[in-house]
Design a protein around this ligand. Structure first.
Ligand code: F6P
Length: 549
């Protein structure tokens, strides 16, 4: 396959950006009263308004042409049919099977994976129900009140984000906690108010070899035994979720209390699998299935809708427009919903671990920008922090604004205030404020002379800054499933166009290797190699100032 930068439509898109760079979106709106209708679409309960982008029909036509040149439709089929598109790890990429209709087989190496998916869903149902209805009791016979998920990366961020997003659906009397950091503070502070008799640990790790997770799991085990003084207690207080049965058994967790998943589920795409067990505990299995149904709806839309009316494809192509032609290097995710406050963190891993790469799937170095820096936080907090830079800074930062029409917590007119901000920010980013407008406002306020000229320059907003707005009726399990799947497929499309394997993550390995080499030195053992003088100096400083217990 030709490389991205050699695709026939690239020179046309470059030329087209030169034409569009100075086109004012406001003028595009003024000349086309139907612009919102033409550049918005609804799917699976989500409205996407992408009219506040520097695009015309021609832009989308050329980007669509690029998607065809990169054989996107074929790649979609390849993913859904279970082909080993994760070529470096020789694995299929089948998070879509986890929310597939069980009557529709999906085969990996000739074997239908759907019966296994259904079996684990059944196990999740039995176990989560037992915890929720109290028939699963702790070692001393007490009901479980606190469930602590120990995992990191995909074994943390997905369940954490979804559990927080769906807090209104939590069973009362049952609290979920998430511990990920190897910093002992995370586990210690989480466990401080808890009682071992009523606490259940879920150790979630695809590989069951991850340093952070195993360290926290061993410490949690020690905390439990310290209070319950009986090795038998471990069975009633630990559940494991992994692809690695041997390692789970070696840790001492009863294999009847292990929920399995498979190597064709990538860690950052695993919340739909047994890794989503904390979600099932929090909201119940019926609602977990609604989450899956929402994702399935987006999967079907993604497979069936023509590229020009395909929500994940449109989001992906707009991202490529700004990254590869307009020079944007980041993308802000701005949910105006406190329940979605972990969405930017979740998407950081989903996107940056997938497409933060500079070698193509065939091993060639890329000569074009790939995955953007993903960042953001829940509105309106960011407005009082970093929006200054989005409005007046020197970077072009495409923004996704996300909000529910109806809140779970209306509180007087607070939701209307929230939404007025959600609507105002994209409008302000697009409109900006000209020097003339700023001057007129200052004059009206009685400012004149040099001070007026100085302030007018500071109060000018360049505007013409792009954004997408996404709205849905209310943050339900189903809508959340659709929203997550939307971004998953967006990431897939961008990876396909850039020629990347979005499903490996070799870039996380080197730091882990070096940390493993340094650890013995911090224990005072001889080093396994030389360091640069900086690292050496820091190690020396640490050892000199370390207080002995
Ligand atoms: O270090 C990165 C990573 O491998 C992620 O891809 C993964 O989600 C995370 O670590 C946790 O891995 P595991 O589930 O195997 O503990």
């Amino acid at each position: 396959m030709t490389r991205f930068s050699a695709s026939p439509s690239i020179p046309q898109l470059q030329q087209h950006w030169r034409q569009m760079a100075d086109v004012q979106m406001q003028d595009l709106f003024a000349s086309d009263p139907q612009r919102f209708e033409r550049f918005s679409l609804e799917a699976c309960g989500i409205l996407l308004d992408y009219s506040k982008n520097r695009i015309r029909d021609e832009t989308l036509g050329l980007l669509g042409q690029l998607a065809e040149e990169r054989q996107l439709p074929t790649w979609i089929q390849r993913m859904f049919s279970g082909e080993a598109i994760n070529n470096t790890e020789q694995r299929a990429v089948l998070h879509v099977a986890l929310r597939n209709d069980p009557a529709q087989p999906i085969r990996v190496n000739g074997e239908d994976v759907m019966p296994g998916v259904e079996r684990v869903l059944g196990q999740m149902e039995r176990l989560s129900e037992a915890i929720r209805n109290g028939s699963w009791s702790g070692h001393g016979g007490q009901r479980i009140t606190d469930v602590v998920n120990i995992g990191i990366g995909g074994s943390n961020l997905g369940p954490l984000m979804v559990c927080e997003a769906l807090r209104p659906y939590w069973q009362s009397g049952l609290r979920l906690h998430f511990v990920s950091n190897v910093d002992g503070t995370h586990l210690s502070e989480t466990l401080r108010p808890l009682k071992a008799e009523t606490t259940l640990f879920i150790v979630a790790s695809k590989t069951f070899t991850t340093q952070e997770t195993l360290s926290n799991a061993f410490s949690a085990r020690a905390w439990l035994l310290d209070q319950l003084h009986d090795e038998q207690a471990v069975a009633a207080h630990f559940i494991a979720i992994s692809t690695n049965r041997a390692k789970v058994e070696a840790f001492g967790i009863d294999s009847n209390h292990m929920l399995e998943f498979w190597d064709w589920v990538g860690g950052r795409y695993s919340l739909w699998s047994a890794i989503g067990f904390p979600i099932a505990v929090a909201i119940g299995m019926d609602r977990f299935r609604q989450l899956l149904a929402g994702a399935r709806c987006m999967d079907q839309h993604f497979r069936q809708a023509p590229l020009a009316a395909n929500m994940p494809v449109i989001l992906a192509l707009l991202g490529i427009w700004y990254s590869n032609f307009a020079g944007a290097s980041s993308q802000a995710i701005l949910p105006y919903d406190q329940y979605l406050r972990y969405l930017p963190d979740y998407l950081q891993q989903a996107d940056m671990e997938s497409n933060g790469k500079s070698v193509t799937r065939d091993g060639e170095a890329v000569d074009y920008p790939t995955g953007p820096i993903i960042w953001g936080s829940a509105g309106t907090d960011g407005q009082h922090a970093y929006y200054q830079l989005i409005h007046q800074g020197g970077h072009l930062i495409p923004c996704d604004f996300i909000a529910p029409v109806n809140s779970h917590n209306e509180l007087g007119d607070q939701h209307l205030k929230l939404i007025s901000n959600f609507l105002a920010q994209p409008e302000a980013l697009m409109r900006g404020k000209s020097a003339e407008q700023a001057r007129a406002e200052l004059e009206a306020a009685g400012v004149s002379g040099e001070r007026l000229e100085l302030l007018a320059r500071h109060k000018t907003f360049p505007g013409n800054r792009p954004s997408n707005s996404l709205m849905f009726d209310r943050l339900t399990p189903e809508v959340l499933g659709s929203l997550i799947a939307l971004y998953e497929h967006k990431i897939f499309v961008q990876g396909v166009l850039w020629g990347l394997n979005s499903y490996d993550q070799w870039g996380v390995e080197l730091g882990k290797e070096l940390a493993n080499r340094i650890l013995p030195e911090l224990r005072g053992e001889p080093g396994q190699g030389r360091h640069d003088s900086s690292t050496q100096g820091l190690i020396r400083h640490f050892l000199q100032h370390r207080q002995s217990d």
